[in-house]
Design a protein around this ligand. Structure first.
Ligand SMILES: [Zn+2]
Length: 650
């Protein structure tokens, strides 16, 4: 019987080893801890089978050794020198140099090495959980089960391991008990192993402690600790967790990183502004690009936040029609009807863009007024065939929405109507109900809004010129020249139209903005607009503005609902075509560690039409793939954890 013990022991240990490999764990620490233990056990078994017998003391020491290593491994990993303990007490030297060790010393060693250290470990965990501001853990302390119970259980296990070691030593050192040496091996190693397994819990890359974790997908809204490993969320727990880096999130909301599906600025400068507003993924899906491969290639070195682009009808049309505009069409791209051959070419190029992994298709009818229904149908057919949403800046008003809904219905293309607020203005309620009605009929239609009552665009663009060139003079006062803040008249409108530049367009009311932001239909998307160092304040403040003004100040929507509109809804809109989006917009184990941590009591935007560069307050930490891009409200410089968001080629 005793001869088979090493085999049983080995099998048991291998099982533990496999269990450890399956369980979610920090791989690096796991290898450091477990491989040496297995090697020691294997060595003992091989020696035993070859007939080598050690003294009981040797077995004890050898079985303690792995545990000792575990403790050491933990701390070496955290780069905290822990062998001060053995140095200070001279234990290791004692063990090595003294041929005979007193029982008292052996006991002392066992107590210190196993019980004391492990207990302190658990005690710290216990104290932290009970008094470290973790409200739930504190409640557990008062009686219910939870992490306190686990800490106590671990402490008990460690203590038992230590006591077993000492008892066995005392028993086995008596003369005439050599046959039972293997028994010592049997009991000691599991004791040490159990101890190691229970206390050597994971050291995460980073931990976010005691934040109010809000996940719109699971509806979780509770104080939790989060552990991050390799850019992913490894654990969300009420238990105490340890990491090589700690973010104290007490009093703060921990949300999935915000996803902006309408962000025109795609430069390091704008990515920086977005990140300060809590955005971890910014996608240019309306204008898009005409060359998807080139667009992603330009950013291959990595960006501050995740980025992505659509294949844009506007941009493709500009290329096919040889328009000279830089951002938006100013010539034939806007004003000339395409020939049948050109329509075929436009559709073909859009298909190529999708093949290159464009997130979806973008379009903006007011920017391409000469595009015929036939041309638009050709584009919508491509969208339907690829089952990709087409993001459309519609012709303003209910008639424009009717037009685009009919294009989508006729072709069966999934449709996303951009910025319903500025597209609908006073017609916001009726246009939202039109979208509701289409959805009720099973149509795949979604929409978005931004929380500002004025828009901004290039004065030279067709959207401005077509309206205000022929508008009565009085209406020109709706336009504000952004650089100076002056309202325009016929003379200044003509003058600035020649030089070009951004104009603020005051056509909406706050009342309508509230309707748009409140609606359960709308995703929050900024329509960030930024050029030559300036632009619309929505570029720098959309998300903090919703959280500060519409959630906290006016209670127009709940905090969870706001977060849902900024995270889960945009992710869900895109995930059918871009499966990577299934790992974004949620806080759950396995999801990308794109996380925004903000103070719900202070968060608010500061940017204005005149000072659009001002960053918000209250957005404390922004993490992309586990890497901080904003820490304590300030941008971290020189980090590029952002990755391409791209559809698989079809
Ligand atoms: Zn836009």
């Amino acid at each position: 019987m005793t001869d088979r013990i090493p085999h049983v022991l080995l099998a048991a240990y291998v099982a533990l080893f496999i269990w450890g490999a399956i369980a979610p764990y920090d791989r690096a620490v796991w290898w450091v801890e477990n491989v040496p233990i297995v090697l020691v056990v294997l060595t003992l078994v091989i020696l035993y089978m070859r007939g080598v017998r050690f003294s009981a003391l040797a077995y004890i020491l050898m079985s303690i050794l792995p545990y000792w290593h575990t403790i050491g491994g933990h701390y070496t990993f955290e780069r905290v020198p822990f062998d001060w303990f053995s140095r200070a007490f001279g234990f290791e030297e004692y063990l090595i140099t003294r041929k005979r060790m007193s029982v008292a010393l052996a006991c002392l060693f066992a107590i210190f090495a196993i019980s004391f250290v492990a207990m302190s470990y658990e005690l710290i965990e216990w104290i932290y959980a009970a008094y470290g501001g973790n409200a739930e853990a504190g409640a557990d302390f008062l009686g219910s089960q939870g992490d306190i119970w686990d800490a106590q259980k671990d402490m008990l296990m460690d203590t038992l391991g230590a006591i077993a070691s000492i008892l066995l030593y005392l028993t086995l050192r008596k003369p005439g008990r050599s046959l039972n040496k293997s028994l010592g091996l049997l009991l000691l190693i599991p004791a040490a192993t159990l101890s190691a397994q229970t206390t050597a819990s994971t050291i995460y890359d980073r931990v976010i402690l005691a934040g109010r974790v809000m996940d719109p997908a699971s509806k979780l809204d509770a104080v939790r600790n989060i552990g991050i490993v390799d850019g992913r969320i490894a654990v969300i727990t009420t238990q105490a967790v340890r990491g090589r880096d700690t973010i104290d999130a007490r009093g703060l909301v921990v949300a999935p990183g915000f996803i902006d599906i309408h962000a025109h600025g795609q430069t390091p400068e704008t990515y920086r502004y977005y990140s300060l507003d809590g955005v971890t993924t910014a996608l240019e899906l309306e204008l898009g690009t005409s060359d998807v491969d080139a667009w992603y290639r330009e950013r291959i070195a990595g960006e501050r936040i995740n980025y992505g682009v659509s294949i844009g009808h506007i941009k493709v049309r500009m290329a096919v029609m040889h328009d000279s505009g830089t951002v938006m069409p100013v010539g034939d791209g806007a004003y000339r009807a395409a020939t049948p051959a050109q329509i075929v070419e436009i559709a073909k190029r859009i298909e190529i863009g999708l093949g290159e992994g464009a997130v979806d298709i973008g379009a903006g009818f007011p920017y391409t007024p000469a595009a015929t229904r036939e041309e638009l149908l050709a584009v919508f057919r491509v969208a339907a065939k690829a089952r990709t949403p087409i993001h459309v800046h519609i012709t303003p008003g209910a008639a424009g929405l009717k037009e685009v809904l009919s294009l989508a219905r006729e072709t069966n293309a999934p449709l996303h109507v951009v910025h319903i607020n500025s597209a609908a203005l006073a017609e916001t309620p009726v246009m939202l109900s039109m979208i509701s009605a289409a959805r009720a009929l099973g149509r795949d239609v979604t929409t978005e809004a931004y929380p500002y009552d004025a828009g901004m665009t290039e004065i030279k663009s067709a959207t401005i010129q077509d309206i205000y060139k022929i508008a009565p003079d009085a209406r020109l006062a709706e336009l504000e020249w952004q650089k100076t803040g002056e309202r325009l008249n016929r003379e200044s409108f003509e003058r600035y139209s020649r030089t070009g530049g951004p104009v603020v367009v005051h056509t909406n009311t706050e009342q309508m903005v509230v309707v748009a932001i409140k609606s359960p239909l709308t995703i929050i998307a900024s329509d960030a607009y930024w050029q030559n160092g300036t632009g619309h304040p929505r570029t720098t403040g959309t998300f903090s503005r919703v959280l500060g003004r519409y959630v906290r100040e006016t209670h127009s929507l709940s905090l969870m609902e706001a977060i849902r509109k900024m995270t889960l809804m945009p992710a869900q809109r895109l995930e059918a075509r871009v499966p990577a989006m299934r790992q974004k917009g949620r806080l759950r184990v396995g999801a990308d560690a794109d996380i925004t941590i903000f103070d719900p009591r202070t968060v608010v935007d500061r940017s204005t039409y005149r000072e659009p560069t001002l960053s918000p307050v209250g957005i404390q930490h922004v993490i992309v793939s586990g890497v901080s891009v904003v820490t304590k409200g300030r941008a971290v410089e020189g980090v590029t954890p952002g990755k391409a968001v791209r559809a698989p080629a079809f």
